[in-house]
Design a protein around this ligand. Structure first.
Ligand code: UDP
Ligand code: MN
Length: 259
């Protein structure tokens, strides 16, 4: 759980290709997997994550890439729109079939927690230390989840409208169910994570509108998501351990003022 320098992580993982890509040389992976990490100002967490995740994913013999999507200041953080952007940008690089949406502070404990996709979307972070390794509520869908490319397109991705903390994960959970799918979960002893301890970030205050947004998911979901995604790509870099994507997000209020 201690941060290790990016240089040392690279040295310990010599097989990782630029952009945080890997595929096994002695077999063909079953799935091509993109790991999407929503990010702002958590370098300490990113070092802990990469130092744990790269070794695990190599042992799982995946054909994978890690994408870190950072949202420019000063706009209030929007985790879900970064997921949509990661989905879109990753597909520009490679024909990924499976997407793992991974919080930067969730560190998997068990090698058997396979980073792959199933017939239905799945919740990987089943038991997290901060929740005493218990699911906080039956429809929880936070921390780390996986959807295939087709499942993402079917539900129109994540909502773009949740600025600040809360309910964006419940929104996509409802989208999944409203499209006739069910979320699957593996056993709790396999889906175990430690969360790096932190305070609530200053630019990610609790979203007071989250309850209202969640009520409207059924009517909104066909027009709020991948098909309404707008962002400004500020930077794209192939860093040694991950692909770095830096974006500016238009705030709904700002857009109005430009109309
Ligand atoms: N996040 C970030 N910077 C921020 C706020 C959030 O990188 O300023 C990302 C990060 O991946 C984090 C996730 O969004 O793990 C969820 O936010 P947070 O950890 O605050 O939520 P929690 O689950 O701890 O309540
Ligand atoms: Mn957290």
């Amino acid at each position: 759980m201690e941060p290790v320098s990016f240089e040392d992580i690279k040295r310990h993982n010599p097989q990782i290709k630029p952009g945080g890509r890997f595929h096994p040389l002695d077999c063909k992976s079953r799935q091509r997997v993109a790991i999407i990490v929503p990010y702002r100002d958590r370098e300490h967490h990113l070092k802990v994550l990469l130092n744990n995740l790269h070794p695990i994913l190599q042992r799982q013999q995946l054909d994978y890439g890690i994408f870190v999507i950072e949202m420019a200041m000063p706009t209030t953080f929007n985790r879900a729109i970064l997921m949509n952007i990661g989905f879109k940008e990753a597909l520009k690089d490679y024909d990924f079939q499976c997407f793992i949406f991974q919080d930067v502070d969730h560190i998997p404990e068990n090698d058997k927690n396979l980073y792959n996709c199933h017939n239905s979307p799945s919740h990987l972070a089943v038991s997290v230390d901060k929740n005493n390794y218990k699911l906080p509520y039956p429809s929880a869908f936070g921390g780390v989840v996986s959807l295939t490319k087709d499942q993402m397109i079917k539900v129109n991705g994540w909502s773009n409208l949740y600025f600040g903390w809360g309910c964006e994960d419940d929104d996509i959970y409802r989208r999944v169910h409203l499209h006739g799918m069910k979320v699957s979960r593996g056993p709790a002893e396999i889906g175990r994570y430690k969360m790096v301890k932190h305070k609530r970030d200053p630019t990610n205050h609790v979203n007071k509108d989250r309850g209202n947004l969640l009520k409207g998911v059924r009517t909104r979901m066909t027009k709020d998501g991948l098909n309404s995604l707008t962002y400004e790509l500020l930077k794209r870099e192939t860093r040694p351990l991950y692909a770095y994507i830096y974006v500016r997000i238009p705030v709904p209020g700002d857009m109005k003022s430009h109309q």
